[in-house]
Structures are given as structure tokens and as C-alpha cells.
Design a protein around this ligand. Structure first.
Ligand code: KIV
Length: 288
């Protein structure tokens, strides 16, 4: 575990009380950046929880990152439940937000509530994220918020609608589209979201959205003039060296570290170096 007292990168951790949606709002009000990452498993969640990351998103990006799918569309509620439960078990401080996966809320409000109930009761989610600003999305947000559920919106590039976008990742590239985006974000805020993720939007337009909303706007590929940033954990750690979109900065070389460790392990087993005496048990150590 990292030493909490020695690294200035960890930010102020005094108190270490669980992060709530009100803390995120207070950060926006103070102009303090919110920091988030995705996470899909218990061991990573435990590490993240020792840092000053504010919230963790169990994103449906787990479809590609953890399951090797080419999109988020095959991700089901069953997947989300397993991964959310694993992540929430590893968190005591960071807020745990889980994605409502593809078509998990559109069929009817009762299906939406049933899935939300599972994600919160079995998956340990403390808040749920819903993509888009369709009438169905807005009425689901209203109903969830009315039931006391914290909901995060997601605008700009929304991966569950990838077939509608085609190859166009960057969204709202004109002033008119920017105005539409602002109105969509305002509709989500009126519906009651506590925050909005903005994905793949030019900096100036994202800044306009963040200014127009009183709730925090969290960007990914949306520049620096929003209220916080989120990245996919494996991307920021450098676990996929061939994935180099412009918006990504890697803060580690985990792929290289893992590969190097595995080469050393294979080498030591082959050379008879591992296991050594220190890693072996001997009957003399266990008198019968
Ligand atoms: O699923 C996900 O990881 C996301 C983030 C990219 C915001 O929605």
C-alpha cells in the first residue's frame, strides 16, 4: 500500500470519509477539479481507494477492457452486477457509480427500477449512470431521482449509440451542435442528475456546457475547462500500448511492467531459480 503521508500526488486525504455526491458538488462550487477513473475489479478498487480519486465508475467499457468485446453493446446486467459487486467490495472511500448497460432502462420504468435495484442492492452501486438525453432517458432520470437514486448523465459521444454515430467520435463540432448539447445537458440537470459526463467534445463547447450547468461536468476527451476528468483505468495506466487516442495521457507503463515480470517469472522457473529455499516448505519446519 502506498504511504498516505509522503506522496504529494495523493492530495489532501485528511478525514478520508466516504465521498458523496454533495462533496462533488462542493468541489465544483469551489472550483476544485474532480478526479475519476473507471474500475472493474476488487484489487484495483482497493488501490484507487487509497488515492484521492473522488469517484469510480464501473463503466460498461468493461465490455471491451475486461471481456474483449468490440463495443459496450453486448454488456448485460449480469456482467454489470458481477463487476460492480467486485469494485464496490474494494471501496470504502471513493463514490461507486455504475453504468446502466445497453437497453437496461428503456423497455419500461418497472424494468428500469428492477435493474437499478439490483445494481444498488447486489452490485453495491451508490449512483447510476445513464447515457443520452432522449425522452426515455429524461423520464428515467426523473423517476430514479424521485425514488432517491443519484443519477449521472452522459452526453457527447455515448458508446451505447455507436451505430448511430458511425465513425464520428468527436461530437458537437459546430456552434449549433454546441447549443443543442447545452440544451440537452440543461434538460438532464432539470431532470435531477447530480453530474454529467461529457465525452469527445471540443474544449470550448465543453466549457460552455460546464458553465451552463450548476452540477459538475466530468470530461473525457472534452478538454480542461470542465469540472473534472475521467479516464479508463487501464488506459491511464498504460496497459494497452497500441491505444493512443489524442485525448489520452498515460501515467504508467503497466503493460511493460507486467510483461517484464512475466518474462522474469518464466525465466526463473526454467532456470530452477524459483522456487528457492525461501519459497519452499521443509518437513523439518513442521515437527510432527
Ligand atoms: O463506460 C465507461 O467507461 C464510460 C466512461 C468512458 C465515461 O462511460
Amino acid at each position: 500500500m502506498p504511504s498516505l503521508s509522503t506522496s504529494s500526488h495523493l492530495g489532501s486525504l485528511e478525514g478520508r470519509s466516504p465521498v458523496t455526491v454533495k462533496d462533488l458538488q462542493a468541489k465544483k462550487n469551489r472550483g476544485e477539479p474532480i478526479v475519476a477513473t473507471t474500475c472493474y475489479d476488487y484489487s484495483m478498487a482497493r488501490i484507487i481507494d487509497q488515492t484521492a480519486v473522488d469517484f469510480v465508475l464501473v463503466g460498461d467499457s468493461l465490455g471491451s477492457v475486461m471481456l474483449g468485446y468490440s463495443s459496450t453493446i453486448p454488456v448485460t446486467m449480469d456482467h454489470m452486477l458481477v463487476f460492480s459487486a467486485a469494485v464496490s467490495s474494494g471501496l470504502t472511500r471513493a463514490l461507486c457509480v455504475s453504468d446502466m448497460p445497453f437497453l437496461s432502462y428503456q423497455a419500461s420504468l418497472s424494468v428500469a427500477f428492477e435493474n437499478a435495484r439490483h445494481l444498488m442492492q447486489k452490485g453495491g452501486a451508490q449512483a447510476l449512470k445513464i447515457e443520452g438525453s432522449s425522452e426515455i432517458a429524461l423520464s428515467t432520470v426523473r423517476a430514479f431521482v424521485d425514488a432517491g437514486i443519484c443519477v449521472m448523465g452522459h452526453l457527447g459521444y455515448t458508446p451505447q449509440s455507436k451505430h448511430r454515430f458511425g465513425k464520428q467520435y468527436l461530437q458537437a463540432t459546430t456552434a449549433e451542435d454546441g447549443d443543442v448539447l447545452v440544451r440537452q445537458a440543461q434538460a438532464l440537470e432539470e431532470a435531477g442528475v447530480f453530474s454529467v459526463v461529457l465525452e469527445m467534445v471540443p474544449t470550448e463547447i465543453a466549457a460552455k456546457v460546464a458553465k451552463a450547468l450548476s452540477v459538475p461536468v466530468i470530461g473525457i476527451g472534452a478538454g480542461a475547462r470542465v469540472d473534472g476528468q475521467i479516464l479508463v483505468l487501464q488506459d491511464l495506466l498504460g496497459m494497452n500500448p497500441s491505444f493512443k487516442p489524442r485525448f489520452l495521457k498515460t501515467f504508467g507503463s503497466v503493460y511493460d511492467n507486467i510483461e517484464e515480470a512475466l518474462h522474469r517469472y518464466v525465466g526463473e522457473v526454467k532456470e530452477g531459480v524459483f522456487p528457492g529455499k525461501e519459497q519452499s516448505f521443509f518437513t523439518k519446519d513442521f515437527p510432527s
